[in-house]
Design a protein. Structure first.
Length: 123
């Protein structure tokens, strides 16, 4: 499996990743790190306590990492939580709605990490 095939499998934006990372070698390096990063777990933990500061910081970190890697859907979902918990902003979602979105982010993150593991096995 090539890096482009991985991006197709995870519905990633390979062109965006190339614009930011500038080479397949760097994309490969950082996409492999994503599957082992704690960004997904930190967001889930913040959601369990509904800690607004931790939710904002964790979602913002995930948004940044995923944006740089061209993982647009994960970045957009994380951005939604970032904006919901941005300091000084009024909440628009109920806690149940936030939890549903966090569950969706966790599912997408797990699916992405699993695809990256398959990529590593086939590379």
């Amino acid at each position: 499996m090539t890096i482009q095939e991985l991006y197709s499998a995870i519905d990633g934006n390979y062109e965006q990743a190339v614009r930011v990372m500038r080479s397949d070698r760097l994309i490969d390096k950082y996409v492999r790190k994503l599957k082992d990063s704690q960004v997904g777990e930190k967001l889930a933990e913040a959601g369990e306590s509904m800690d607004a500061t931790r939710l904002f910081e964790s979602a913002h970190a995930m948004k940044g990492v995923c944006s740089n890697l061209g993982l647009d859907r994960l970045a957009a979902a994380a951005n939604e939580i970032t904006e919901e918990f941005r300091p000084g902003s009024a909440r628009k979602m109920t806690d149940d709605e936030v939890c549903a979105r966090l569950d969706e982010i966790a599912r997408r993150y797990r699916d992405t990490a699993e695809a990256i593991r398959r990529y590593e096995e086939q590379a």
